[in-house]
Design a protein around this ligand. Structure first.
Ligand code: HPA
Length: 237
């Protein structure tokens, strides 16, 4: 396919090799304006804002993904296959399914489970285990450790359903799943298919176990910690 694509109006070379991917396009704008230097906007199609700027002198891009696997599937596919992006770091929020995944902790998704059919397109004779790139994961873990930010690494559930008729999180929790979000399984599939690197990191915004949620102020502070981890990882790739 030629660029621009149906969903991204950027030109060849507009993207850095590493793209940070929040779900909310206004988060992408906020990151560009508050964490990057000389950020230029290169996508407004469907208001899915995308920018490239620098962090500590290195080129980094940030672009929204929208919510859910169909949406992140489109953007990550086009970034990887048509714009040649090599490292994709999702920066999102998740709900905790374990007591030890405390509010405000940075959760790093070593693996992602799903009840979605996303991987059926590959015609595999079994179940695909979607995993993070080890280099990205190791670097992010080292950055969180160096900063002294609380973090936890493990498995997550990428769910298709936010408002569930039958909440099944307890069964996933029995298998050690730490948290629920809605995008990473598809991101890991898209990256695996072409052999590029992907990682999902999240701030734990609410607990499905206890019903607690972070305040807006707490969310902002913890978001800043997660962004620091993501950006320090990005410039080491
Ligand atoms: N479910 C799915 N996605 C989420 C949640 C949740 O509870 N919290 C933050 N993202």
């Amino acid at each position: 396919m030629n660029i621009p694509t149906p969903h991204i109006e950027a030109k060849k070379g507009d993207f850095a090799k590493t793209v940070l991917m929040p779900g909310d396009p206004l988060r992408a704008k906020y990151i560009a304006e508050n964490f990057l230097t000389d950020a230029k906007q290169f996508n407004t199609t469907r208001n899915m804002f995308g920018y490239t700027g620098t962090y500590k002198g290195k080129k980094v891009s940030v672009m929204g993904t929208g919510m859910g696997m169909p949406s992140i599937g489109i953007y990550s596919h086009e970034l990887i296959q048509f714009y040649g992006v090599k490292n994709l770091i999702r920066v999102g929020s998740c709900g905790a399914t374990q007591e030890n995944a405390r509010l405000g902790t940075i959760l790093m998704a070593q693996g992602a489970c799903t009840e979605s059919n996303y991987a059926h397109q590959y015609n595999l004779p079994g179940t695909f285990s979607a995993i993070a790139d080890f280099t990205l994961l190791k670097t992010a873990q080292e950055m969180a450790e160096a900063e002294g930010f609380p973090y936890i690494v493990g498995n997550i559930l990428s769910s298709d359903v936010f408002y569930t008729e039958t909440p099944e999180w307890k069964q996933w929790a029995k298998m050690g799943v730490l948290g629920i979000e809605m995008e990473s399984y598809a991101l890991y599939c898209e990256a695996a298919r072409v052999g590029v690197r992907a990682l999902g990191i999240f701030t734990v915004s609410d607990s499905i176990v206890t019903g607690e949620a972070t305040t807006a102020e707490e969310r902002q502070n913890k978001f800043t910690n997660m962004m620091k981890v993501a950006l320090e990882t990005a410039i080491r790739l």
